[in-house]
Design a protein around this ligand. Structure first.
Ligand code: ZN
Length: 212
């Protein structure tokens, strides 16, 4: 297996939201029993597009890795390294334990703590990459995204962010209505919330799209 496999394109920039409708949602309208034959090719769903972008981001990360790293040699530890690397693109303030606002979901003033990727974003990202790995020919039993170390890491992130930010945070993240949706937010609410913990999918940050 090599890096080039499965990443045949240079990741064309996709429109943020090709269609607001999940594919298949309106399928039974016509009432005719034969729905599968003439199904027009649909643009990939947001999830699929996001997954492909994430996958390409990861492959890119591998190809820039020092020392060089191939997918087949990639372990859970490398995946965790990747997640840490993504933190520099994060937009979620996570207070250090010494910060006066530690544990406050709505601090009254700015502070110097670092921005990180929200747990929910990472969790959703791992889910997409895990699927992409197998769709690109990887064997489930060696899927680095399913590694125990990765699950443990995610759990640590969730717990530490919950403490630092006073989670559960309220659903205050409703965005101002109207206007265009920035491309950055494509992955909001995709795939997250699978285990009920912070079910809002991590407040809608996008770990990967800004990286490439
Ligand atoms: Zn702080």
């Amino acid at each position: 297996m090599d890096l080039a496999s499965g990443s045949g394109s240079n990741d064309p920039v996709e429109p943020p939201e090709p269609s607001p409708q999940p594919s298949g949602a309106t399928r039974d309208d016509d009432g005719s029993g034969s729905r599968s034959i003439l199904a027009p090719p649909q643009p990939p769903s947001r999830y699929e597009s996001q997954k492909r972008r994430d996958w390409n981001t990861f492959l890119q990360y591998l190809s820039n890795h020092k020392p060089p790293l191939t997918l087949s040699r990639c372990s859970g530890a490398h995946v965790i390294e990747f997640l840490k690397y993504l933190d520099q693109f994060g937009k979620t303030k996570v207070h250090a334990s010494g910060c006066a606002y530690y544990g406050q979901p709505n601090p009254p003033a700015p502070c110097a703590c670092h921005l990180r990727q929200a747990w929910g974003s990472l969790d959703a990202l791992i889910g997409r990459l895990r699927a992409a790995f197998e769709e690109n020919g990887g064997k489930p039993e060696v899927n680095p995204f399913g590694a125990r170390a990765v699950r443990m890491y995610l759990r640590e992130v969730r717990e530490s962010q919950a403490k630092a930010r006073g989670i559960p945070y309220e659903k205050k993240r409703k965005r101002a209505a109207g206007g265009t949706t920035p491309a950055m937010e494509v992955s909001v609410d995709v795939g997250g919330g699978s285990d009920g913990g912070a079910g809002d999918g991590g407040a809608g940050e996008d770990p990967a799209t800004s990286v490439v």
